[in-house]
Design a protein. Structure first.
Length: 189
């Protein structure tokens, strides 16, 4: 072990070491200050930018020639814009049209009203009222078989509890009266 230490000291004292690395030419010093607005927002063409880069490279301590790749011409033909046939765009409306709803509880189903523990009672009572007055509602506006949600509040919107009065209709009243007469004729007394 002692001999190894002596050999290491001998080579260290005689200057047995690696040769120094060759010095690379220094690059342009790094600019530490941020550029001003005139440099940041400078507008120049491609040719002007190339000429400015050549001038900056000539001002270096060891001026070198700067070369840019040659621009390859893609085609000799003039530009032809694409001519597409007119296209039809289908726009989906923000409302829905559907068949008439005769058994509907708008306040509870659409607007999210909750009447607490009496909600099921109100719901059943409204359903049986709609069953009893179905011929009247069916005969009201008999030519209109579709409804749309346009103009109604969206589901979940804060809407006051609304009681909709029945629409007055002669055709509905005649159909309701005909239904009662038919029920009493089928089930007398």
């Amino acid at each position: 072990m002692f001999v190894v230490c002596l050999v290491a000291l001998f080579f260290a004292s005689t200057g047995f070491s690696q040769a120094p690395l060759p010095q690379e030419p220094q690059a342009q010093p790094i600019q530490l200050e941020p550029p001003g607005p005139d440099r940041l927002f400078r507008l120049e063409s491609e040719a002007a930018w190339r000429e400015r880069m050549r001038q900056e490279w000539r001002q270096r301590p060891k001026p070198e020639r700067i070369t840019f790749p040659e621009e390859v011409k893609l085609t000799d033909k003039p530009f032809q814009p694409r001519m597409f046939a007119p296209m039809v765009e289908v726009v989906e409306p923000y409302y829905v049209c559907y068949g008439r709803l005769y058994y509907r509880q708008k306040n509870l189903e659409r607007y999210g009203w909750d009447l607490g523990f009496i909600t099921p009672v109100v719901s059943v009572a409204k359903f049986y009222w709609d069953v009893a007055t179905f011929p009247y509602h069916f005969g009201t506006e008999p030519w209109r078989r579709y409804e749309c949600s346009a103009g109604e509040c969206l589901p979940g919107d804060p809407v006051p509890f609304m009681v909709e009065p029945p629409k007055l209709s002669v055709t509905g009243a005649l159909l309701e009266a005909g239904a009662f007469v038919a029920i009493f004729a089928v089930f007398p007394g």
